[in-house]
Design a protein around this ligand. Structure first.
Ligand code: AHR
Length: 500
């Protein structure tokens, strides 16, 4: 057995978590929309064709915001194709993924679905094949109360009230050569500035997200952020980050360490944002929208019929190790909650997702569902700066990887505390000796763990094998709380001062 020490004090606050860090993402890609969210022929579909079994699971996850309609898809999307009578909507070749887009589901359906799913929309505009004009027209369609062609068109399409969409992404991954209409940082900075400007003239209450570089490993990373920001700084509110971790080389210890890269990536983006702010001597601070994050590699190379509707693509079936990595990514987001204000688990259903559906059958939970579920449910409040003294290990890619990765959140009323801890050690149990400096009157009320599974254990529609187990409540001895964490495990302990 190894030992690690965690020290927590209620005054050591990183910041208040923004509920939008529990966001997700729905793209017109594979079976995310068609077959996931929308399937009029499914027995669980409502009168709009929305799958109610999927909505039930999304409600359980309590997702406050969902990014739509892409992703790479948005860079070739004509939003006007997806409104009005369905029989008049055009079928199009969808070039980002090589599929057929029927446009049966569009902006109005998404807004109605968000309402039913208890979430709110985060819209992306097409800055690939289109530009500022179509973007400001979409803002007018969605948010203007009435009395103009576009706002009255929305009314004709069924919504008397404006949708009041607050968050808007200025394109998607615009530095990626795979993106329709990709751009240089200067080209993008200019179009993002002009687009955001007139979108905000249309509705001054909105916030916009500038595309950061599409990944930490891009040659453009860093330079892209500072160059685009130099041009667009005064017109935007957030810069995006996207990150997907992979275990394609089947190297478990290295894979489990990948959350370290999430920390480094976030901190590098913060450095770029602060550099841009310092350079222009601005009072305005730009924060991060981490609007695509997850593990993604299992489904790479899946074959499908070109130009088919809603093929089974990007359907990663997640294993136990993936759930641990997702847990470390959530910890990283929580530890940086003073700057990461929005984060979207990519995606919500079927496509690299916590929720899967069977065609015509049931909806079920992947392994990665659980770390997200528990964080969304309990980690809202003040993220605490925990000091964790743990043994470390090296891999081919990383040095000094902490065996234990933690986060802790104190509720706003100061009466509930949740601690998340991942033991990355594949061989040893680690006793996490947690010193609670000033949490008098708190007692443990729940201890759950994902533990004891093989790294490659998965859930399927017929057997949800990887599920959290309830552990015996630990006792507090003075200020000490000892958590025995099995090798390769995700652990959550909750403490409360409340009576029940
Ligand atoms: O989420 C899948 C894809 O990953 C998105 O379309 C794109 O933005 C990213 O490369």
């Amino acid at each position: 057995m190894k030992f690690a020490k965690l020290t927590l004090a209620s005054d050591y606050k990183i910041g208040l978590t923004d509920k939008r860090i529990y966001g997700s993402f729905a793209e017109h890609l594979g079976r995310c929309i068609y077959g996931g969210i929308y399937d009029p022929t499914h027995p669980e579909a409502d009168e709009n064709g929305f799958r109610e079994d999927v909505i039930k699971l999304i409600k359980e996850l309590d997702v406050p915001v969902i990014r739509y309609p892409g992703g790479n898809f948005v860079s070739g999307y004509n939003w006007e194709d997806g409104i009005g009578p369905k029989e008049n909507r055009p079928k199009r070749l969808e070039l980002a993924w090589g599929t057929l887009e029927t446009n049966e589901f569009g902006t109005d359906e998404f807004m109605a679905w968000c309402k039913k799913a208890g979430t709110s929309p985060m819209m992306a505009v097409n800055l690939g094949t289109r530009g500022p004009d179509e973007a400001r027209q979409l803002v007018e369609y969605c948010n203007h109360p009435g009395g103009t062609y576009l706002s009255d068109l929305r009314k004709k399409c069924g919504s008397e009230l404006p949708y009041d969409v607050k968050l808007w992404c200025l394109g998607n991954e615009m530095d990626g050569p795979w993106q329709m209409g990709s751009k240089t940082a200067v080209e993008y900075g200019r179009i993002a500035y002009e687009t955001s400007k007139i979108m905000k003239w249309t509705d001054p209450s909105i916030e916009t997200v500038l595309c950061g570089s599409s990944g930490w490993h891009m040659k453009t990373f860093g330079e892209w952020e500072t160059t685009a920001l130099d041009i667009a700084y005064d017109q935007v509110d957030y810069v995006s980050m996207h990150q997907y971790h992979s275990n394609a080389d089947d190297y478990l210890e290295n894979f489990l360490a990948k959350g370290v890269e999430t920390d480094k990536f976030i901190e590098s983006v913060i450095a770029a944002l602060d550099y841009a702010q310092g350079k222009r001597h601005s009072k305005k601070r730009i924060d991060i929208s981490f609007d695509e994050w997850n593990v993604w590699y299992h489904s790479n190379g899946t074959k499908f019929e070109k130009w088919s509707k809603a093929p089974h693509i990007l359907e990663d079936i997640y294993n136990f190790a993936d759930a641990l990595v997702v847990g470390t990514m959530i910890n990283s987001i929580l530890r940086h909650c003073d700057r990461v204000k929005i984060a979207c688990l990519a995606q919500i259903v079927n496509v690299i997702a916590p929720i899967m559906t069977e065609d015509g059958g049931k909806a079920w939970k992947q392994t990665i569902y659980y770390p997200f579920y528990y964080a969304s449910k309990y980690a809202r409040g003040y993220s605490l700066l925990g000091l964790c003294d743990t043994s470390k290990y090296d891999t081919k890619w990383y040095s000094d990887v902490p065996h234990v990765d933690t986060s802790a959140v104190l509720s706003e009323d100061g009466e509930d505390l949740v601690i998340f801890a991942i033991n990355r050690d594949v061989d040893d149990t680690i006793m996490l000796e947690t010193k609670l400096c000033d949490f008098e009157g708190f007692r443990p009320v729940e201890y759950v763990a994902l533990e004891g599974y093989a790294a490659d254990d998965i859930n399927t529609k017929d057997s949800e094998k990887v599920v959290p187990v309830n552990k015996a409540l630990p006792v507090i001895d003075g200020k000490m709380l000892n958590l025995p964490m099995k090798p390769m495990s995700w652990n959550m302990v909750r403490l409360s001062k409340k009576e029940n």
